[in-house]
Design a protein around this ligand. Sequence first.
Ligand SMILES: Nc1ncnc2c1ncn2[C@@H]1O[C@H](COP(=O)(O)OP(=O)(O)OP(=O)(O)O)[C@@H](O)[C@H]1O
Ligand SMILES: Cc1ncc(COP(=O)(O)O)c(N)n1
Length: 536
Amino acid sequence: MQSRVRKVPRVLSIAGTDPTGGAGQQADLKTFAVLGGYGMSVVTAVIAQNTRGVRLVHSVPTEVITAQLQAVSDDVTVDAVKIGMLGSVEVIAAVNDWLQANRPPVVVLDPVMIATSGDRLLAQEAEEALRDLLHRADLVTPNLPELAVLVGELVAEDWSTALEQGRTLAERHNVFVLVKGGHLAGDRTPDALLAPGQPEPVYEAAGAKVRTNNTHGTGCSLSSAVAVLAARTGDWSVAVGVAREWLRGALTHADELEVGQGNGPVHHGHHLEAHLVQLLTDWANGMGQEGGAGPEKGADSSFTEQLWARTGDIRSQIDDGRFVPALGQGTLPRDVFLDYLSQDLIYLQDYSRALAQLAVRAPTEQWRAFFASGAAGCARETEQLHRTLVDAGVPVTPSAVTAEYTEFLLATTQTRDWAVGAAAVLPCYWLYAWIGNRLQEHRERMAAESGDGGRDHPYGAWVDSYSDPEFTASARRARDVVDVLAGQVDPEVREEMARAFRRACELELRFFEHPCERTGTTHTGTAEGSRGERGT
Ligand SMILES: Nc1ncnc2c1ncn2[C@@H]1O[C@H](COP(=O)(O)OP(=O)(O)OP(=O)(O)O)[C@@H](O)[C@H]1O
Ligand SMILES: Cc1ncc(COP(=O)(O)O)c(N)n1
């Protein structure tokens, strides 16, 4: 295998069809999708079949097959190809020609000859031509009858004979061979991956047979799984091991599908069930809807809820700190508040840049628009703040905390995985919405008690800004982005997202406390003009 790995490999299936969706193209495309690939397909034969058997085979003319292949490779870089049913000498020749000119880095050949139902899917006279195609493949995945045809021997009745035939095939054609023991009598299903030039299997496993009649398309699904996983990992043993595990789950859950009355299909998406349940639960709890539950509501099982739960200690310190409670009470000295605003001006300039970075690198148009509008909101806010601070004669030089926070945000949004950047900017939305809404509630309570309507609060404009429903909705959207991404990225990236979120929360705490710690800051002026937008 040439060493090109790709997170979402573009994988092509060249195969026949199954309108009941269990085998052929349909099984291949499902497998690519559920194992993280981008699936494409070139149809070699349209087959009227179901779980009970094959009724009719309509071979696609070779010029149409060649035109399909060309249409794909003229436009798309193919990272891996899985070849299934070819059917005839002419089709094999057409695919051979295409491979000669356009060979992708990963080529898996499932030498489909006879369906489980016993129907022929390869003309007998095409067997020789299929043997001649083997040298174009990296890996061939025959079942025992197919292996026997390819080496020209009787069908193996025991595992050691099967392995011997596999070795012969690997040496003769200089190709990896996945020997599959699914057709052996007994209660085990041994599989072995043989590499040319190596007498011992590079991977071998023999799990207990799953008790089910629903095994239609296992060969198609396994070879497709290995193709997509090999393109993703660059490692055949890993690809085969993971594909086998996944197929075991698909067989274990096959009976749940209740498709057809014969040998039914396997459950390709069985491993996504937990994620789907999560999505449905979140939605039912109002967490998947815009303008839905606020930060404190909803199930605690979504990713951002987990982040929130794990950073409760930081929010307690904000609550117990010198800045936010005094801001809410209106007792915060003005010079401290102005000092905070001067740092916020510097911070917002760079926060706007960080959001713009996310917009530039956004994977979807919607997210691009969201972060671009956030960046614009912050830029407007900095202009206004600037005027306020200049009028009040407040010096604007970054403190160590401000510099640390902005450097962290800029570096993260520029150089780390996009998802990590999105997690890093989230606390600035979410904590401010949380603080804004709580201070607003507090202010309303105080106003009701004193009967003055709360109009005299010196920092009322600040509280209004961050309790604004529009800003709360933006915070909600920023969370949704992070939750969607958390479901898509690798565990290591998810961990990095969690670390980035926590670090930003810690910096928010220090950012609030820092103006209270600075001594000798005796600015004068009013607290007016303190509205903040923070990316609305
Ligand atoms: N009942 C089962 N339990 C566990 N694994 C199975 C079972 N049946 C098949 N497999 C596995 O499925 C994969 C395909 O096996 P098999 O040898 O049946 O290939 P195949 O004949 O090409 O498949 P198909 O039935 O699609 O033609 C192998 O990894 C095999 O171990
Ligand atoms: C188009 C096509 N390709 C392959 C198979 C083999 O699958 P199975 O042996 O499980 O029927 C099939 N039935 N149809």
